[in-house]
Design a protein. Structure first.
Length: 570
């Protein structure tokens, strides 16, 4: 009997691996299985209400149909159903739960969103770049609670007090620049039923290039792979039954979001996925707002799931795990993206009440009609050259706001495409062709300040060349441009030589001449990789971009033009 006791104990110490010591063959403990469901949301951005989303047409997959998707009460309904089916369900965030939010959340400093996710039992959220929009002080307030915000006029207006997030913000690669110490926990161990699931996280290392400098002041963003892998030994020492990585960095796939185990994933996440320790069973991703469900080989060559849902709560990521809690290992995993169909799925009543409360506070402003369009909707969807109808309109609005001598005498406007957050209006049909303040705010929620700078023609060309291979090789960030400014780019040309035939009002741009150019302060500071703009001189401030946009819509019954300012070859 004593030998049997020693035999079993040693087998447990060896973590379930059979081995031979002397005459004894050590057999791992008999497996004990538990099913765990992990449901994740990425890039929610405070979208408490559903918005339009295109999904493959079930009768003809070459086509798409528009549905109303998302909404925090429908997300709550999905979680309710999942927990009834499997009480061992974990709800997680993959970054950008807040920031760049519509009026219903942003006007209340995103407190309704933090409150909603807390009530829905979110366990952990890896920080995204937009969690830093208002600086580390505000992010720590989100974690800990309180009313000491850098926007006191908005804080604690949803409730008299703000308790902070019931979930834990994690990030293995965000460091205090002065001390080199981590700002957040690298991981969180979540006990669900009898299982322990470790969630380890990182935000994209390039966060400083996509956030205003004040938002990341005093912080350093280290390599995602090295930071995650450095946390693995400590995680393994606690014998989790599975390890899941939450990485706020992504890619894109030519396959639809409902294609399982796709092999067409590209973008920054691929190299990250290839490098993350092989003990990580799956990688849940965000940032690129693209739904995919793919597989990438890890360091040991084994394929594993790399998944992302669509933004704004349109799609939820779902992992169904079967873990062996006796031997502390992941036995199997299946992954899927779940459409949050707000028209057909059940709702969570508490979330409906929360939304109604937020609406009662924000609707008096949000529902104010501010303009009438010449069409039902102006879309931000770009053509093959990268130009969109809404991008043209926004660039024109910024030029109009900065063209007078008093405002800077701008002759060209540039708008970063990532700053255009939705179509105008957000939802169709819109037979009245009206837009509300809430619609305008949803399109441009950042409150950036317009700047006018002087650039030479050569600098303008250099900035345009920075559109390509941005943010990664094979990807482009095409700036939206104001009326009268045109150019051509050649997809087949070498990097640095793609742009030609740059004209202003039909006259070729002179490389040696100076031009007054307007853009938001994020771009003027070199954001989104447009470092040339930071070289601009004679910088002057102007209107808030939201005000410039709204005033332009009020003054004009806008009908988009032919979307032909940018021409693409090849």
């Amino acid at each position: 009997m004593k030998n049997n006791v020693a035999y079993v104990g040693l087998a447990l110490i060896l973590g379930g691996c059979s081995s031979t010591i002397g005459d004894l063959t050590l057999i791992p403990p008999t497996p004990v299985y538990q099913n765990v469901t992990v449901i994740g949301v990425n890039d929610f951005h405070g979208n408490l209400l559903p918005t339009s989303f295109r999904v493959p047409d079930p009768s003809d997959r070459t086509k798409t149909v528009t549905v109303q998707a998302g909404g925090i009460d429908t997300i709550g309904g999905i979680l309710d159903t999942a927990r009834k089916e499997n009480p061992n369900t974990v709800f997680v965030g993959v970054g950008d739960m807040t920031g760049a939010s519509p009026l219903i959340s942003a006007l209340l400093r995103d407190e309704p969103t933090v409150d909603a996710l807390t009530q829905l039992g979110m366990a952990v959220n890896v920080v995204g770049n937009h969690e830093f929009d208002n600086g580390i002080k505000e992010l720590m307030r989100f974690q800990k609670g309180g009313c000491d915000s850098n926007a006191p006029e908005r804080a604690c207006k949803f409730d008299n007090t703000f308790s902070g997030a019931g979930y834990t913000y994690i990030a293995s690669n965000v460091l205090d620049s002065a001390t080199g110490k981590p700002v957040f926990p690298a991981y969180k161990m979540v006990t669900v039923g009898s299982a322990k699931i470790a969630f380890v996280g990182a935000v994209l290392k390039d966060t400083p290039t996509v956030v205003t400098p004040s938002g990341v002041a005093g912080l350093t963003f280290a390599d995602e792979v090295a930071s995650i892998n450095s946390a693995i030994p400590e995680i393994k020492a606690q014998k989790p039954d599975a390890i899941i990585a939450l990485v706020h960095q992504g890619g894109s796939s030519s396959d639809a979001f409902d294609v399982v185990n796709c092999k067409t994933l590209g973008g920054d996440i691929v190299k990250i996925a290839q490098g993350i320790d092989s003990s990580v069973g799956a990688i849940m991703t965000g940032h690129t707002h693209r739904g995919y469900n793919c597989q990438i080989a890890g360091p040991d060559g084994t394929l594993r799931t790399v998944i992302q849902g669509d933004s704004y709560g349109h799609l939820l990521q779902r992992l169904d795990l079967r873990v062996d809690i006796a031997n502390h290992r992941l036995s199997s995993l299946t992954a899927s993206n779940v459409v949050v169909d707000s028209a057909t799925l059940p709702k969570n009543a508490n979330m409906t009440a929360l939304v109604n409360k937020a609406k009662s506070i924000t609707d008096p402003l949000g529902k104010q009609v501010v303009a009438t369009l010449g069409v039902e909707q102006i879309t931000r969807t770009a053509n093959s050259a990268g130009e969109s109808a809404l991008g043209d309109v926004i660039a024109d609005s910024q030029l109009a706001a900065a063209s007078s001598a008093a405002k800077g005498s701008a002759v060209i406007a540039f708008m970063n495409p990532g700053g255009i957050r939705a179509d105008l209006p957000v939802n169709v049909p819109n037979t009245s062709k009206t837009v509300t303040y809430g619609d305008v705010f949803t399109v441009q929620p950042f409150g950036n300040i317009m700047q006018v700078i002087t650039l030479t023609g050569a600098q303008i060309k250099a900035a345009l060349e920075q559109q390509f291979g941005n943010p990664a090789t094979g990807q482009n960030r095409i700036l939206q441009v104001s009326k009268g400014f045109t150019y051509t780019w050649d997809n087949a040309a070498a990097k640095g030589s793609k742009v030609s035939n740059i004209q202003l009002n039909g006259v070729a741009i002179d490389p040696a001449a100076s031009y007054r150019v307007t853009m938001n302060n994020f771009l003027a500071d070199g954001g989104d990789g447009f470092t040339t703009f930071a070289q601009g001189t004679n910088r002057t401030g102007g209107d808030v971009d939201l005000d410039a946009f709204q005033n332009y819509l009020k003054a004009n019954t806008v009908t988009p033009g032919p979307v032909n300012r940018i021409t693409r070859q090849n």
